[in-house]
Design a binder for this molecule. Sequence first.
Ligand SMILES: [Cu+2]
Length: 177
Amino acid sequence: MSKVARTGLALMLVALALGMMSVAALPARAANVSLSLYGSYAGGWGTTSASETNPGPTLTVNQGDSVTITVSSTDGFNHQLLIDYNGNGLADPGEPMSTPFSSTTTLTFVADQAGTFHYLCVIHPTAMKGTFVVQGTGSPSPSNVPGDSGGVLVVVGVLIVVVAAAGVSVLVLRRRR
Ligand SMILES: [Cu+2]
């Protein structure tokens, strides 16, 4: 291998390592978060069956989290949990909603929108409500486009890896000829 090729190969490997590091250095995201809510018409919502209030406890997660809420009815009535992203008090397409439950069920969804929202029981929206906060992750984005600032870093990191890997293979192939 010529000196130029060796230097080129070394540079490519450095770029490859840097690219991989930039992907690995991304802030921790997309955690799995498990929450419990107990609800009744007379009491509202609580994180335990003994602490129901209306409004219920404020639930806070990070944007991108996979959220599982285990919901239990403590009065034997049917309830149905809704994350009311648009605040109209109604179930809309794209808003996470549990099945109706008179004992226990789970609702799993990805908290993809950052902001402060309400959760409520669709059947008893005024008697069973609370606040649901999705904290945005990463540095503040200059635009108001919902989604991630982390995505750009991933794309840049992956591009660096791909280009560096291509460079390495070209050099290796040339050497074989
Ligand atoms: Cu209810």
